[in-house]
Design a protein around this ligand. Structure first.
Ligand code: ADP
Length: 265
């Protein structure tokens, strides 16, 4: 039987009475599903041709036509960007289709080492990278999805911080829960942009974001991953001084840290 989805609202009417307003959102949700499927299918179909173009472009060496070199480099750069875009769209579709996440142990020590390595690789020595691991606990959730969220924050921090700046990745306890923060000393974000930052393709400065090689989907992915973990994203930023992105995890996500295999008891 066709399922009907209702959105319910309770409105106080008198001292002991409430009005119930039920809105039928079945059609809206069906349209949303069609949109999601469409994006997922298009992204999937684009993947193979892109891989082929990208692969052959990487093999071309214009030895006899040196004037082609800059054009070829630009084509490689753009095809790389398209590949990243398709990958991010597929990630978002996967996240949107998920209702919850597994509750596996997310080992935070290796996670933080991976994030450090990623920051250093992206920065190529242009920034100082600091990692502070003060929490001494692990998280419960999906390692794959949390890694993609944290790594998006790290790549933003590197891309929106001029050379000489510092990127700090901090994991600490916070009340009964924990917080993972990625702080930078970069360009910062004007306050009026903060509420819309996690929307798909929302950008503060289109030219800077394009140049930095972003897809415009990074923070949308972060928000989805955190929602799936019932975690909250906090953003603090000051223009010219830098930004701090904080992922707040509740007490139910905390797990005692496992000793690494082979460690002395
Ligand atoms: P993009 O791929 O464009 O970086 P994101 O969704 O990751 O897309 O980020 C959205 C926008 O938020 C960016 O275009 C950029 O303007 C801004 N932004 C994100 N992270 C930072 C940061 N650490 N410092 C300054 N601006 C940032």
């Amino acid at each position: 039987s066709p399922e009907v989805r209702l959105n319910l609202r309770l409105i106080p009417y008198s001292e002991d009475m409430w009005l119930v307003v039920a809105r039928d959102v079945t059609k809206m949700m069906r349209l949303e599903q069609v949109r999601r499927d469409f994006v997922a299918n298009v992204s999937h179909e684009l993947r193979t041709p892109l891989t082929v173009v990208h692969g052959y472009l990487d093999m071309l060496e214009p030895d006899d036509q040196p004037e082609w070199a800059p054009m070829l480099r630009e084509m490689q750069r753009q095809s790389q960007r398209m590949t990243r875009l398709v990958e991010d769209l597929l990630t978002l579709s996967r996240l949107e289709a998920q209702e919850g996440v597994e509750d596996a142990t997310v080992a935070m020590e290796p996670m933080l080492s991976t994030l450090r390595r990623e920051a250093e690789a992206l920065s190529q020595g242009r920034h100082r990278v600091v990692v502070e691991d003060a929490a001494g606990v692990d998280l419960a959730g999906s390692t794959r999805e949390l890694h993609s969220a944290f790594s998006n924050l790290v790549s933003n921090a590197v891309r929106y911080t001029p050379a000489g700046g510092t990127i700090t990745i901090r994991f600490a306890r916070e009340g009964g829960g924990a917080v993972l923060q990625v702080a930078d000393t970069g360009y910062g974000i004007p306050a009026q942009h903060l509420p819309r930052l996690t929307e798909r393709f929302y950008r503060v400065s289109t030219s800077r974001s394009r140049e930095s090689g972003g897809t415009g989907l990074g923070l949308a992915i972060v928000k989805h991953v955190l929602n799936l973990h019932h975690a909250r994203l906090g953003i603090e930023s000051e223009v010219g001084r830098g930004s701090t992105f904080s992922c707040h995890f509740g007490a139910e996500r905390i797990q005692p840290r496992q000793a690494p295999p082979g460690a002395a008891p």
